[in-house]
Design a protein. Structure first.
Length: 134
């Protein structure tokens, strides 16, 4: 995947997120970690499933709400003009939940998505996944 300089790469799952910025150019990807505000679960998000004693799925509901919180953060960044381009790399389940909450402003700057869980992987692994997705 060719990423312009300054592209933000969000690497996430249902529990954590790492943000990177491409400090290289389209020909030479070079990701650097960037600081970000704490992401909180979007408690107002309806996941469509209600945990009960017969089906205790509290963990999945929390992960879905965290995924929605990630998108809420990215939507805010896109609407505020703080990011020009973004790529989302997320665990397949988290990515599916995240897609439900994209604002049109975020969709407009979204360069791509990779359905892969790389949150616990090295920066080199993230860069390899982005390069392989060309």
């Amino acid at each position: 995947m060719m990423l312009p300089k300054g592209t933000v790469v969000a690497v996430a799952d249902g529990e954590k997120i790492n943000l990177f910025r491409n400090s290289g150019d389209e020909a030479g990807l070079k990701l650097v970690a960037i600081a970000h505000d704490t992401i909180t679960a979007d408690a107002g998000t309806s996941t469509g499933r209600q945990p009960s004693s017969a089906n205790p799925d509290h963990g999945q509901a929390e992960e879905d709400q965290f995924s929605a919180g990630i998108v809420q953060f990215l939507n805010h960044q896109a609407l505020g003009g703080k990011i020009e381009h973004v790529v989302i790399v997320a665990a397949p389940r988290a990515l599916g939940e995240m897609r439900k909450h994209y604002h049109k402003a975020l969709s407009a700057i979204l360069l791509g998505e990779i359905a892969k869980d790389l949150t616990g992987h090295s920066l080199a692994d993230v860069e390899k996944a982005l390069i392989a997705d060309r």
